[in-house]
Design a protein around this ligand. Structure first.
Ligand SMILES: NC(=O)c1ccc[n+]([C@@H]2O[C@H](COP(=O)([O-])OP(=O)(O)OC[C@H]3O[C@@H](n4cnc5c(N)ncnc54)[C@H](O)[C@@H]3O)[C@@H](O)[C@H]2O)c1
Length: 282
């Protein structure tokens, strides 16, 4: 099957970036969310990002206009009925994702691959919520999607070699580099990144250093382009907490316990950039 129309479910931080790169690369995109304000925000973010590419001379005005025309938004998942490939990017919650995969499985054509952008949740578990586990795959884009070139491709227990091949070819069509990871909690990226971020939050909680001091140490001392607390704010503290929860539950080692300060900030609604307050104020 030739993939022409791509459905993206969830129009938050990641969904809008994923929709943008598919639209930019010539695919028709249907972006769906349960919340109209998120769709409006996503459209605004995509248009701003495309306009910046034109400003920098990385895209012509005509290509920008064509990309805008290829994108449509909706609050009904039924609008994905014509999608040839679907990427899920809703909240990092296993029950919500499983319910969505069951619904998508009910109306998507049998040959359609259902990909999840999950940061940590088992692809095998999501596949088991459908009758097409061979066509359920992890397609983990990095934030911000238009800039970051890596995509982790996660093979669930039942994911077929053909689904891996199709997803890999799609990554190449988007100008991304796919890397395969096995279906273990956090895969490769968050198995390594998130414990570092969690440890940086413990260091703030214990008064080892201020957020500025910790970020400066990691930037100047370890040559990281961004400090771990700036990065946590960028990812979203609720997302960080959800991922630590999956690592802790799935691997069972107390070293993965989410930092109490992280829990407290999320309970207070201090989610980082998207809420205006995290380790820094925005
Ligand atoms: N934030 C990051 O840096 C990052 C990076 C890589 C992967 N991820 C993963 O991407 C996914 C999305 O993360 P995000 O940061 O974009 O989250 P977000 O909170 O910014 O957005 C989630 C969106 O999903 C929508 N939503 C919730 N339930 C829905 C449903 N049933 N149907 C349709 N829409 C629904 C919400 O309205 C919201 O707009 C998560 O699985 C996350 O782990 C996040």
């Amino acid at each position: 099957m030739t993939i022409k129309t791509v459905g993206v479910v969830g129009a938050g931080t990641m969904g809008n970036g994923i929709a943008q790169v598919f639209a930019q690369s010539g695919f028709s995109v249907r972006l769906v969310d349960v919340a109209q304000p998120m769709l409006d925000r996503a459209r605004g973010a995509i248009e701003k990002s495309l306009a910046k590419l034109v400003e920098k001379g990385k895209m012509t005005s005509a290509d920008c206009e064509a990309a805008r025309r290829r994108l449509s938004t909706s609050i009904s998942i039924d609008d994905l009925v014509e999608a040839d490939y679907i990427v899920e990017a809703i909240i990092e919650d296993a029950a919500a994702k499983r319910a969505l995969f069951t619904s998508l499985d009910a109306f998507a054509r049998p040959e359609v691959i259902l990909a999840s952008n999950t940061s940590s949740i088992s692809i095998t578990l999501l596949g088991a919520a459908t009758k097409r586990a061979d066509k359920v795959i992890g397609m983990h884009f990095m934030n911000p999607v238009p800039i970051m070139t890596l995509v982790e491709l996660i093979r669930g227990q039942a994911t077929s070699a053909d689904s891996m091949r199709v997803a890999s070819e799609l990554c190449t069509a988007l100008g991304k580099t796919p890397v395969e990871a096995a279906d273990y909690p956090g895969f490769i990226a968050n198995r390594i990144l998130m414990p570092m971020i969690n440890e940086a939050i413990f260091a703030v909680m214990e008064g080892v250093g201020t957020p500025e001091a910790i970020d400066t140490v990691m930037k100047l001392g370890m040559n990281h382009p961004m400090g771990p607390l700036t990065l946590a704010d960028f990812i979203g503290l609720d997302v960080c907490l959800a991922i630590m929860g999956v690592l802790h539950d799935g691997l069972g080692d107390p070293k993965y316990r989410p930092c109490p300060l992280l829990r407290r900030m999320v309970a207070a609604g201090h989610l980082g950039r998207k809420s205006g307050q995290g380790f820094y104020t925005y």
